[in-house]
Ligand binder design. Structure first.
Ligand SMILES: C[S@@+](CC[C@H](N)C(=O)[O-])C[C@H]1O[C@@H](n2cnc3c(N)ncnc32)[C@H](O)[C@@H]1O
Length: 318
């Protein structure tokens, strides 16, 4: 995968960053993680399956292969659980991930500049469901960065099933690892801001990667203004440990202004529903999902008594 990335990277606007990105990625893959042999074994087995063409057939990213060994493929893909992001379908095998990513994609796609020909960065890309969509929709190259190694392996597993894969790649990097080069025409940060201890630094780092007049697509958890300017959860939020700050949309607008983004537009606010985030047999032993994280007597509150998850999408320019 890194070889393919290098080849495509050198033919793109990312050519100057290529060596640094590949070298840092190689180091990150060297960590001592006891699961890696299992994940690599799964990918080797998946490489014996037939490949097919990938297309978006909502809600699935669908791979039109023929004659997969369905039981064997399901077994191999399950070695890479939990599958949070998707859903994917390989021939007649539906990989129903915890999240219906198509619902977020449908909320944003009509609001952003067309991706055709653009150099795109997807920060916190998970297993690359959206990164694939960005490339399929026409991006010249879509680079996803995702520090969690399992999700990198999930991306590779899906890629191994695609004949002539689109120009989408995932590298095991954090935004903080990205060189300060203003090259990306569109930068996505979706579901990442609330995981940052320093949200202003994250916004500045996103801006540092963007080409002049580039577009930022920022999707994150927000609260209604009746709850105040922001909530800093004392402990968990909807059972998540690492949620640092939930702003109102006005507060988030202010943060973007302070980072000197232009043309700031709020294009969507949507409450997360159990249709969009649900337990499936692809998330492994811990089968809890959104409905278990909400107050059983009041779906407007989390189990900790905080406002239930609602997400906003802001679009702005550098
Ligand atoms: C909630 S998931 C969102 C995945 C996907 N973007 C989506 O919208 O569904 C957040 C992801 O961001 C990654 N992440 C967290 N901090 C990051 C950082 N500083 N740089 C890059 N990725 C980060 C996490 O590992 C996690 O996979």
């Amino acid at each position: 995968m890194l070889d393919d990335f290098s080849k495509q990277c050198t033919q793109s606007k990312l050519a100057n960053l290529c060596e640094q990105l590949v070298n840092t990625s190689k180091q990150k893959f060297l960590v001592n993680n006891g699961n890696i042999p299992k994940w690599e074994g799964a990918i080797e087995a998946i490489k014996n399956q037939p490949q097919g063409r990938i297309e978006y057939q909502s809600p699935y990213l669908k791979i039109n292969s023929k004659n997969i060994d369905k039981d064997q493929l399901e077994y191999s893909l399950k070695q890479l659980m939990p599958w949070r992001k998707g859903p994917y379908q390989i021939e007649n095998l539906s990989l129903d991930s915890e999240w219906r990513g198509d619902m977020k994609w449908d909320r944003l796609i009509q609001n952003i500049r067309p991706l055709k020909g653009r150099t795109v960065l997807d920060v916190g890309a998970g297993n690359g469901y959206f990164t694939y969509l960005m490339a399929i929709t026409g991006a010249k190259i879509a680079l996803g960065i995702e520090p969690f190694l399992l999700f990198n392996y999930q991306f590779q597993a899906i890629r191994a099933l695609i004949n002539n894969p689109p120009n989408a790649f995932i590298l095991p990097l954090r935004l903080e690892d990205m060189p300060n080069e203003c090259v990306f025409d569109t930068v996505f940060s979706m579901g990442v801001l609330y995981h940052q201890k320093d949200h202003m630094q994250h916004l500045q780092q996103l801006k540092n990667t963007m080409a002049d007049d580039g577009e930022l697509v920022l999707e994150t958890l927000i609260i209604d203004s009746k709850y105040g300017d922001q909530i800093i959860p004392e402990d968990r939020y909807a059972r998540m440990r690492n949620v640092w700050c939930l702003p109102s949309t006005d507060t988030l607008h202010d943060w973007l202004e302070q980072t000197r983004f232009k043309n700031i537009k709020l294009v969507d606010v949507t409450k997360t529903t159990p249709e969009e985030q649900r337990a499936t047999h692809w998330i492994g032993g811990n089968t809890q999902s959104l409905k278990d994280f909400l107050d059983p007597n009041d779906e407007n509150l989390t189990i900790e008594g905080l406002p239930a998850p609602k997400r906003a999408i802001f679009i702005c320019n550098k």
